[in-house]
Design a protein around this ligand. Sequence first.
Ligand code: 72M
Ligand code: MG
Length: 206
Amino acid sequence: MLAAVQKNATRGDPRSVVKAIDQFCRQKEWAMNVGDEKGCILDSVVTEVNPATVLELGTYCGYSTVRIASLLPSNAKLITLEFNPDYAAIACQVIAWAGLEDKVQLVEGASGDWIPKMKEKFGIETFDLVFLDHWKDRYLPDTKLMEECGLLRKGSILLADNVICPGTPDYLEYIRNSPRYKSQYFKSHLEYTKVEDGLEKSVFLG
Ligand SMILES: Cc1ccc(Cc2cc(O)c(O)c(C(=O)NC/C=C/[C@H]3O[C@@H](n4cnc5c(N)ncnc54)[C@H](O)[C@@H]3O)c2)cc1
Ligand SMILES: [Mg+2]
């Protein structure tokens, strides 16, 4: 995938990096990026929220990191957590190829360890937007952890990938029934396939 980016994408052009990865995944080898269809929904939410602070859980190869960071205002900050060193190394190079290293802080480590440190380590008060795309059984515990650490403010947006496939039943149950969130489901498809999947957008009400 990285070779495809370096071969087909233009340095400093995030959209060409996104396009190169989507082309590679459609033509050569499927990979679990959010993809182009759900990616458009992600883009519209990022544009609407226009966040100054973003947290991404699960960088993987950096596809959604590049999509999000390319839409952020100049002073905005995206922190992305990835605990697999190999994926982190690839993502670092993908983000650099897109020319977005100034907007992105890639942290190699587990969300459970780093969420409690966001304030002290990165001077983050609260996140305007959180994109959840890591192991599906971590969505709920990490959301509760963010609440406990005071990282969400009235109006913070959580956007969760794969709420249908692979599925995040405990997270959906919690977020849709909690009086502290207002949720909306965006129906789509599992990346590069015709299988149903979707994104759940939830506003924290405080
Ligand atoms: C049945 C079935 C299987 C697979 C699919 C297809 C499918 C489609 C999708 O869009 C998917 O997002 C997924 C999926 O499993 N995603 C998990 C993504 C993890 C990445 O995040 C990293 N990570 C995982 N937990 C943490 C953590 N705590 N702290 C920091 N990084 C973490 C990992 O190191 C990976 O870089 C799968 C569909 C259906
Ligand atoms: Mg996903």
